[in-house]
Design a protein around this ligand. Structure first.
Ligand code: 1CP
Length: 341
């Protein structure tokens, strides 16, 4: 067995025994690090994502600084849409903005399916990274159909996802076509990353918490299930994450996850009961980095202890690193998780 397949992160993701709880942070790359802000100076977000050398450097930065147990590929959930030709941009301080929001079946059909040729720069960046990372696993990722649909239908970030859900409720044939389109793109995109050497994947359904369990089960879950099933056929562990998903955790596990990501609102002990025979990832409140260090570490200890009841536990924040986070706090947190007996 090589060092990589035996890494604590992959062992925990497979539910095997580990010497310490593995830790990484969602959005650890490209947020608070001064070295990130420096290399991004004057370069747009999408432009950075399409430059394999820059992607490699930015992905490695948090691994170097914190010594986390996994790297997350530096990209964005809308990047594959951009790669197939959807007119969109990622605006600083806002997020993804789509020029012509999707409303009709014709709009859906106008979006091309993704082939590896669309994303040669991703293959290149993943290969570079896997070479540089050695025994540290690289997590590939994609946005789940519902969350990506929200950007396509709303045209940008949204709190209520009202137009998206109106399509789901009122135009089921358009909705179904859109979900199938995005699922196909996500699946092909994950395959590109795994074929190039990513050793785990995370499906981000960040906004699925906006749905009732019944709407999730009937209108969304089958499509995420397809993505996770196809990723499973690639032989890598699958993490499935959403925000505010306390009442969806069982379904998100059943969709085909090996590990279910949990936000900080749900106690880990409760989440473990809901996901059954699967691992969990999470779930320290991301604002605890702004508390005194001893308070942050006391809460981290509680998360680690709660995680012991799970089939496998990967320590993380309950959502992404907040941009104003002091990197020194994340370093202390990483060291603490590593040394916690
Ligand atoms: O560690 C990392 O940062 C890895 C790279 C990464 C990932 C995993 C980025 C870079 N984005 C993502 C995923 C992503 N993108 C998600 C799922 C994770 C989550 O819930 O946080 C979502 C919902 C997005 C969409 C997105 N992209 C937003 C959110 C907007 C909203 O709806 O509130 C934003 C602000 C972006 C832009 C973005 N993505 C990544 C970076 C570094 C940035 C900022 C770029 C810039 O302003 O220049």
């Amino acid at each position: 067995m090589t060092a990589l397949t035996d890494s604590v992160f992959l062992r925990a993701a497979r539910g095997e025994e580990v010497s310490h709880t593995p830790v990484w942070f969602m959005r650890q790359a490209g947020r608070s690090l001064p070295e990130y802000l420096k290399v991004r100076e004057g370069i747009g977000m999408l432009e950075s994502c399409m430059d394999p050398d820059l992607v490699t450097e930015i992905t490695l930065q948090p691994v170097r600084r914190y010594g986390v147990d996994a790297a997350i590929f530096f990209s964005d959930i809308v990047l594959p849409l951009k790669a197939v030709g959807v007119d969109l941009d990622i605006k600083a301080g806002i997020g993804p903005v789509v020029a012509n929001p999707v409303r009709t079946l014709a709009d859906v059909e106008a979006i091309p399916d993704l082939t590896p040729e669309h994303v040669g720069f991703i293959t290149q960046a993943v290969r570079n990274l896997v070479g540089e990372l050695g025994g540290t696993p690289l997590i590939g990722f994609a946005g789940a159909p519902f969350t990506v649909a929200s950007y396509l239908v709303e045209g940008g970030p949204s709190k209520e996802h009202a137009k998206t859900k109106a399509m789901m409720f009122g135009a089921p044939e358009v909705w179904d076509a859109l979900m199938r389109k995005i699922a196909g793109i996500a699946s092909a995109y994950l395959k590109v990353q795994v074929d190039a050497g990513a050793s785990a994947i995370q499906l981000f359904d960040s906004w699925a918490g906006a749905l009732t369990p019944e709407d999730y089960r009937t209108a969304v879950m089958p499509h995420s299930q397809r993505v996770l099933t196809e990723a499973g056929e690639l032989g890598v562990p699958r993490i499935h994450f959403g925000v505010g998903t306390s009442n969806l955790l069982t379904l998100m596990g059943e969709a085909g996850a090996d590990v279910v990501g949990v936000d900080w609102r749900t106690p880990l002990s409760e989440a473990i009961g809901k996901v059954g025979d699967r691992g969990v990832q999470g779930n320290l409140d991301p604002t605890l980095v702004f508390a005194p260090t001893e308070v942050m570490l006391e809460r981290a200890a509680q998360v680690i202890e709660a995680g012991r009841a799970a089939k496998g536990h990967i320590f993380n924040l309950g959502h992404g690193v907040i941009p104003s986070t002091n990197p020194d706090q994340l370093k202390r947190l990483t060291d603490f998780v590593h040394s916690y007996a």
